[in-house]
Design a protein around this ligand. Structure first.
Ligand SMILES: Nc1ncnc2c1ncn2[C@@H]1O[C@H](COP(=O)(O)OP(=O)(O)OP(=O)(O)O)[C@@H](O)[C@H]1O
Ligand SMILES: [Mg+2]
Length: 498
């Protein structure tokens, strides 16, 4: 008889230098259930997953039972053999190989076959994709697929071996609502086959939609296990953080606020077309719309990195034609990119260096030396303000949890104090409370006169935090509205954004 629980973890402890990532955690996943793991950034979610997948070892005295069997010396090979597959925050496919090759790679390799059997490969891949009800061209290269499709390929790949538990670490962070829905359909299909799903997400509405059980972690401790019926949004946030959210809208703009930026008929072939809008001093302007609607390309143009073909950018009453981001930065524009992993941080370098890189000159003393004391002061201030959970300033940025890495990127720009700050999806992967403190901070900065352009796919985020909102689709501005003019549901419906 199969056991009721596919996973039983008992007394899981994990120490890293200077930090206890997990503290006596007990954790159970039942067969065929969707289980969500929630908690603030750095609360230990990814660490627990790494232990379960054998990538990290827990401290002695921890106990892990998989499918009824005690596994004392788990490593990633054993974990996979036991039917556990993980899809990490950053996907691990080979971009230059085809869909079929990526999916069938693992199962081919297992047979130690020296020869590639192309026909067989296609068959394996097609079967796996069929199992999750997804249709993707087998011979397309993975690099040509959207993130959502790549994720589905990863899931299909996981199905080519015997799968008992599929772990998804923040799978929906960069998906549109439509893609999220299709991922959820895939999850239900897997559940019907008796496969369990462990799912990490900061999007609490999704947690309620998918999970049968929710385990809450806080600072490495397990706070409890609940069914969504026992929770609501506010309760969950309270359990995760021990505090309550502030949901204040920004202060209204002064009627006579100066226009700091005026964009007129800006056009760039294949990017965006005929974009016109104004931004006032102290204004928070939201730009939303589906991914791929040209928002990021537009933002890059405003930051001097993607020159437009025609149209005008008028900054502080003068037309500007920035040829590089350096020119834009010295004029007073800041930009926090969407793809922070690649463009925002130097992963192997210390936290302290990353966070002070944009403001380095201000820590140089008269003798031309860097003053570490001042740099530490800045780090500590930001750590407090954004609730960055970290060990030592000298630790490499890559040792921080995903959400805390993002806070470092944001912090380094906040300190520059630009006149216009462009934030591209500023809170993806960031937990509710940190998200809230970022929103509060943005509103404080705007109140002090900084103008902010906030690009976000999350309608609610722009609804509560912006003075005015533009919706973009296919490179054009579809409409402009004030947050109180439309509800989220009306918007989704009217502009078909879901
Ligand atoms: N290799 C490492 N060396 C040192 N500290 C680490 C290492 N890996 C994780 N940590 C620390 O352990 C804690 C838990 O990190 P973990 O990645 O599990 O958080 P998380 O809950 O997944 O957060 P997020 O929501 O931001 O992804 C964090 O404080 C992190 O800095
Ligand atoms: Mg994580």
């Amino acid at each position: 008889m199969p056991t009721k629980n596919i996973i039983e973890m008992k007394n899981i402890n994990k120490l890293y230098p200077g930090i206890q990532a997990l503290n006596g955690v007990d954790f159970i996943i039942r067969r065929g259930e969707a289980h969500c793991l929630v908690g603030q950034n750095g609360s230990g979610k990814s660490t627990l997953i790494k232990i379960l997948s054998g990538v990290e070892k827990p401290e002695p005295d921890s106990k892990i039972i998989i499918d009824g069997e005690l596994c004392n010396h788990l490593n990633s090979k054993i974990s996979m053999e036991k039917g556990i597959q993980v899809i990490y925050q950053d996907l691990s496919l080979f971009p230059n190989l085809t869909v079929a090759e990526n999916i069938a790679f693992g199962s081919n390799r297992e047979k130690h076959s020296k020869f590639v059997n192309w026909k067989n490969m296609d068959k394996i891949a097609r079967k796996a994709l069929d199992e999750i009800g997804v249709n993707i061209q087998l011979h397309k290269k993975v690099e040509e697929l959207s993130i959502a499709q790549q994720q589905l390929v990863e899931i299909a790949k996981a199905l080519t071996v015997e799968l008992k538990l599929l772990i998804l670490d923040e799978p929906t962070a960069s998906l549109t609502k439509r893609e999220v829905n299709s991922l959820f359909r895939v999850i239900s299909r897997l559940k019907e086959k008796g496969i369990s799903i462990l799912f990490v997400s900061h999007k609490l509405n999704e947690v309620f939609e998918v999970a049968e059980q929710v385990t809450i972690l806080r600072d490495g401790l397990k706070i409890g296990v609940y069914s969504p019926k026992e929770l609501d949004h506010d309760k969950l946030v309270y359990f995760m953080t021990n505090t309550r959210e502030d949901k204040n809208h920004p202060k209204p703009l002064e009627d006579d606020a100066d226009v700091i930026l005026n964009v007129k008929n800006l056009t760039k072939a294949r990017n965006y077309k005929d974009i016109s809008f104004e931004l006032k001093k102290g204004e928070i302007l939201g730009i939303t719309g589906l991914l791929g609607s040209g928002r990021t390309e537009l933002a890059l143009s405003l930051f001097g990195m993607n020159p437009p073909d025609s149209g005008e950018i008028i900054f502080e009453k003068q037309e500007v034609k920035w040829r590089s981001n350096r020119e834009a930065i010295s004029a007073g524009i800041g930009y926090v990119p969407e793809d922070r992993m690649n463009h925002g941080l130097i992963m192997d370098q210390p936290i302290i260096d990353n966070i002070t890189i944009t403001t380095l000159l201000s820590y140089v003393n008269k003798a031309g030396l860097l003053e570490d004391g001042k740099r530490l002061e800045m780090l500590n201030e930001m750590k407090e303000e954004l609730k960055i959970r970290m060990s030592l300033p000298e630790a490499a940025v890559k040792t921080l949890s995903g959400g805390n890495q993002q806070k470092i990127v944001l912090a380094k720009w906040l300190k520059v104090n630009p006149k216009i700050l462009i934030l591209d999806e500023p809170t993806i992967g960031i937990d509710v409370i940190a998200k809230n403190s970022i929103h509060t901070l943005i509103k404080v900065l705007a109140n002090l006169g900084m103008s902010i352009i906030m690009i976000s796919s999350e309608i609610q985020e722009v609804q509560t935090n912006c003075h005015r909102i533009l919706i973009m689709r296919d490179g054009k501005i579809l409409c402009e509205f004030k947050p109180d003019e439309l509800t989220e549901d009306e918007l989704l419906e009217k502009y078909n954004l879901s």
